[in-house]
Structure formats: structure tokens, C-alpha cells
Design a protein around this ligand. Structure first.
Ligand SMILES: *Cc1c(COP(=O)(O)O)cnc(C)c1O
Length: 356
């Protein structure tokens, strides 16, 4: 066995044996918690420094940082999972690294070498292994990499310096005690412009969605559905998650559009539909006037995995899919399959899992 392999094996054993933090794992919800260490690297004069783990969870940046004034910022969200044997693993983290760089490039921010991104994530998870929830709790370690344009620079242009950081904290399963469908309403607002930043994971898209989200919540809905910004006839996103539907002839369908954020969960479900459930799976237009073609519908993303959609309110009418209270069988099967892969209970397609 070579040295590196041996070291990784020993570290793996240590992670497995490490004592867990004293946390009530069954009641953590989805909220920030300060963990022990986070990663911080800076970019200056065309180069990233070597990066390091730091204790302090406060950042010190100039008051004139472009991230603060012009929104030059991007981020990612992924999770680490504890398996039955006590090991820790990441799900499709390379895809997060790639998407992070696409987001960064769109805002004229420097890319991070994929290996550096993954190394930062691994360092943070290892340093906070005590916060990776135990197998069976349904809880996971949420990981948030982000980049900020910093340095005091008032012109509306790209920052002279950048910060890249990764922090993490444990989060509970989105649905405690099983999935339950929720209702959504179609918003009159747009999340992104037709050829804007919809496909980039950037803070500005989120800030713009808080108001429509509040309107939906005030009307008793979980969140809003955004239609395509050009014609307002096709479904784009469900809040900050992607949409999918199961047609009456068992086809998995998800919208295709350049202004949708390309969800890694969505592409995983497309693959699982084809390869594990033997369904036809397609990316194409989903017309808001033709919801009757679907017998089930859901929203997907890393945070909740799948949120079953009970109904969609549009032009004063609630269109109900499978049921307002029960999860459809294909939605359930997709959810169970994806979770089994993420937690290591089922063999993953090659390249999907990185062992911590
Ligand atoms: C992050 C995000 C998603 C979900 O992407 P995943 O890779 O599945 O987590 C969907 N829509 C928006 C707007 C997002 O920011």
C-alpha cells in the first residue's frame, strides 16, 4: 500500500471513530450553527494563495468591496452523508466544483481549480467530522462554499481581490416523519432575465426572490413558481428548486431553459429515472396551461432532495396533481432511490461518490 493510500485509510478510521458533537440530532432543523473550522483562501494578482483552515467565523473585508455593493458573489450548496458503517461521503461534489466555476466566470470572478475546491471541501468536512450526523437520523452536514469580490473598489467593475471560503453545519432532514406534498402559486414576478444570470448560483437571484416568496407565503403557499421570463407560458423554477413532473404515460419531464439553475439533484433524477426506474426521461418545455399532462409533480434540490407538489395555483385555480396529502408512487421511488445512493445504502453510478 502506498503512503497516501495508507494515510487516507488511517484518516478514514479516525473519522469513523471520532466522537460526535453533543447535539440533539433529531431536532436540528435547517439553520446555521457555528462549527469548529472553516476554509479561507484569497486571490490577488492573478493567483490563489494556498488556503487554510481558520477558527474565526467572522470575515473582515473592506467597506467598498464589490460583493457588498454590486453583488459580485457566487456560492454552492452540497452535503456530506454518514453511511451505515460510519464512513463519511460526498455526493457529486465535482459537479458543484464545475458549476461554481461557471457561476464565477459569469460574474468575471476567477475560477478555482477543481482539485482545490474539492480539497477545501474535504478539509472542512474532516475538520468538522464530529458534526456529521449519525446514520439513520436522516440529518446531514450541509456545506456552503462561496466566493466574494473584495478590496476597496468603487467603479462598477470586477473586484481586485477575491475571498473563497467553505463552511459547514449539520442540518436535519427537510421532512421529519416522511414527505408531505405542499402547494405552490405561480408568481407574476420573474426570478431571472431571459439571458441574465438565472443559470448562475449567485446571491442577486436570491435577493430578488425574497419579495415574491413572501407574497406566496402570505397567501398560504410554500413558495412560488416562476414562469419563463420571456413568454410567461412555461414553468422555470419552483422557488429555489427545479421542477419535474411525471406524465400520465410515466415519463419524467423537467423544463429546459437557459435561465434555470442547472440542479445537480435534477440531473441525478433524470439519470435514475432512465437507468434505475426504466422510465423515459426528458428535458423540454413544460407549459403552465398543460399541467393536466402530469399525474405527479415535485421540486428538487440539495436541501430537500424532493418536495412533492400537491397543487399549483394559477389564474385563481388550484391544479392538484396526485393528491394534496399523499406522495405519488414514482416521486416516492425516486426519493428513496436517491437517498439510498447518497447515504451509501445502494451502489452509486460511477463517479458520483467521493469518500471523505
Ligand atoms: C441551488 C439551486 C437549485 C438546486 O440545485 P441542486 O444542485 O440540486 O442543489 C435549484 N434552483 C436554484 C435557483 C438554486 O440556487
Amino acid at each position: 500500500m502506498n503512503m497516501l493510500k495508507q494515510r487516507n485509510r488511517i484518516e478514514g478510521e479516525n473519522l469513523k471513530m471520532s466522537t460526535l458533537a453533543n447535539i440533539d440530532w433529531d431536532n436540528i432543523g435547517f439553520k446555521y450553527m457555528q462549527t469548529d473550522l472553516r476554509y479561507l483562501a484569497t486571490w490577488k494578482d492573478g493567483l490563489w494563495d494556498e488556503g487554510r483552515l481558520v477558527k474565526d467565523n467572522m470575515l473582515s473585508i473592506g467597506e467598498c468591496a464589490p460583493a457588498l455593493h454590486y453583488g459580485q458573489q457566487c456560492f454552492e450548496g452540497l452535503k456530506a452523508y454518514r453511511t451505515k458503517t460510519g464512513d463519511i461521503q460526498l455526493f457529486r461534489a465535482t459537479e458543484n466544483a464545475k458549476r461554481f466555476n461557471r457561476s464565477a466566470s459569469r460574474l468575471l470572478m476567477p475560477e478555482i481549480p477543481e482539485a482545490m475546491f474539492l480539497d477545501a471541501v474535504l478539509q472542512v468536512v474532516r475538520a468538522n467530522a464530529a458534526y456529521v450526523p449519525p446514520y439513520g437520523s436522516g440529518a446531514t452536514l450541509y456545506i456552503r462554499p462561496f466566493m466574494l469580490g473584495v478590496g476597496n473598489y468603487i467603479a462598477a467593475g470586477p473586484a481586485p481581490e477575491y475571498l473563497f471560503s467553505v463552511f459547514c453545519f449539520p442540518v436535519g432532514p427537510y421532512f421529519k416523519g416522511g414527505m408531505t406534498p405542499v402547494n405552490f402559486m405561480v408568481s407574476d414576478f420573474d426570478r431571472a432575465a431571459p439571458y441574465g444570470t438565472g443559470a448562475a448560483k449567485v446571491g442577486g437571484n436570491y435577493a430578488a426572490s425574497f419579495y415574491p416568496n413572501k407574497l406566496a407565503k402570505d397567501s398560504g403557499f410554500a413558495d412560488c413558481i416562476y414562469l419563463d421570463p420571456l413568454t410567461h407560458t412555461k414553468i422555470e423554477e419552483v422557488g429555489a428548486a427545479n421542477f419535474f413532473g411525471i406524465t400520465r404515460d410515466n415519463e419524467f419531464v423537467t423544463p429546459a431553459s437557459p435561465s434555470i439553475l442547472p440542479s445537480i439533484t435534477k440531473y441525478s433524477l433524470l439519470y435514475l429515472s432512465r437507468e434505475y426506474l426504466s422510465l423515459k426521461a426528458t428535458e423540454r418545455d413544460v407549459l403552465i396551461d398543460n399541467l393536466a399532462e402530469f399525474k405527479e409533480a415535485g421540486a428538487c434540490g440539495t436541501a430537500a432532495v424532493i418536495t412533492p407538489i400537491g397543487g399549483i395555483q394559477y389564474k385563481g385555480k388550484l391544479h392538484v396533481f396526485h393528491s394534496e396529502t399523499e406522495v405519488g408512487p414514482i416521486t416516492k421511488k425516486l426519493y428513496d432511490t436517491l437517498c439510498a445512493i447518497q447515504f451509501g445504502d445502494m451502489e452509486a453510478p460511477s463517479g458520483w461518490i467521493i469518500k471523505v
